[in-house]
Write a protein that binds this ligand. Structure first.
Ligand code: OGA
Ligand code: NI
Length: 345
């Protein structure tokens, strides 16, 4: 029999983790050693204040979170609960379609703009991850929406609506981040060229032996900024001071993290943080990250205003297309892709 293309259906039939998902003992999650986050672990920033007199305080809070952890959560972000719930609902409906229906979107080619796949990059990796994912390009919406799944029947409309709101939130955050670095408000947005927006709908099935595998192993996001929508159960963990910290999912909030491109643009003032996803034996997990990115032809380099004698340019300039290809082809590794773009002194 041909090996299964997707994980979901295989996972529902097995009592043990198949060998291709098992990590060598030295790189397993070590779940006993994870800190469970208390409410205060990562800052919860109230974005309502961005449009009134409290703006400077919010900008400062975002700046200091980007500097210390590269992670924070946001509330009063402007995305209505009905839009969020719709997005989560069609995500679940999609992954409940018969496998033959889901497979219509299957591709293992990372350059495809719409595709359902599994793990991370099945063409290059040695060990697989406990995840299926649907990846979509979302901006400009009219260039891509016709490629998206047409089943569930409301998918295109509901996801299109969500992606427009997510873009507005990304732009709002990029403005605050630019200001927090002392740059013009539109600095980050302009640096991303024509811009791009991708979305993943991640599906992590229940796993009989979560201590042997990952939903996603430790990695840094290659894009500019990530807006993560979680559905109750969270498997996300962030490395802080050498320890993995579990991030709680809070209803109607988003987890925001800085990606590699903001680390570069900020000349290392802000950190793209290492994070991973662990799975659990009880329930499936759905998460929907929006990756806001430069367009492939945008040239990325540290902002001139952040480079001086004391802070020489840490990176050479490159196109995002070059960065992105390297990211997908080298696999998810602890060492960041950033190291391949350091300035030679
Ligand atoms: C990712 C990611 C987190 C999650 O897709 O890059 O880190 O909880 N996802 O699914
Ligand atoms: Ni990530």
């Amino acid at each position: 029999m041909a090996p299964a293309l997707l994980l979901a259906d295989l996972a529902s039939r097995t009592q043990t983790v198949p060998s291709r998902y098992i990590r060598p003992p030295s790189s397993r999650p070590n779940l006993a050693d994870v800190e469970t986050s208390s409410a205060a672990t990562f800052p919860l920033v109230d974005l309502r204040e961005l449009s009134c007199s409290g703006r400077a305080g919010v900008v400062q809070a975002i700046g200091s979170a980007c500097q210390s952890d590269g992670f924070f959560q946001v509330k009063n972000h402007g995305i209505p609960p009905v839009v969020i719930n719709g997005m989560l609902r069609v995500s679940k409906e999609f992954f409940r379609l018969p496998e033959s229906e889901r497979l219509k979107s299957y591709s293992d080619d990372p350059s495809r703009t719409t595709r359902l796949s599994t793990s991370f990059n099945v063409r290059t990796e040695e060990v697989s991850n406990w995840r299926d994912f649907l990846r979509l390009h979302c901006y400009p919406l009219e260039n891509y929406v016709h490629e998206w799944p047409s089943n569930p029947p409301t998918f295109r409309e509901v996801v299109g609506e969500y992606s427009k709101y997510a873009r507005q939130l990304a732009l709002k955050l990029l403005e605050a981040i630019s200001e927090s670095l002392g740059l013009e408000k539109d600095y980050m947005e302009k640096s991303l060229g024509k811009q791009a927006q991708h979305m993943a709908v991640n599906y992590y099935p229940p796993c009989p032996q979560p201590e042997l595998t990952y939903g996603l192993p430790g990695h840094k996001d290659p894009n500019a900024i990530t807006i993560l929508l979680q559905d109750g159960v969270s498997g996300l963990q962030v490395l802080r001071d050498g320890k993995w910290v579990a991030v709680d999912s809070i209803p109607n909030t988003f987890v925001i993290n800085i990606g590699d491109q903001i680390q570069v643009l900020s000349n290392d003032r802000y950190k793209s943080a290492l994070h991973r996803v662990i799975v659990n034996s009880e329930s499936e997990t759905i998460s929907v990250p929006t990756f806001y990115c430069p367009s492939p032809d945008a040239v990325i380099a540290p902002a001139e205003a952040l480079v001086d004698e004391e802070h020489p340019s840490v990176y050479r300039s490159f196109t995002y297309g070059e960065y992105y290809d390297k990211f997908w082809n080298r696999g998810l590794q602890r060492e960041s892709c950033l190291d391949m773009f350091r300035a030679i002194d």
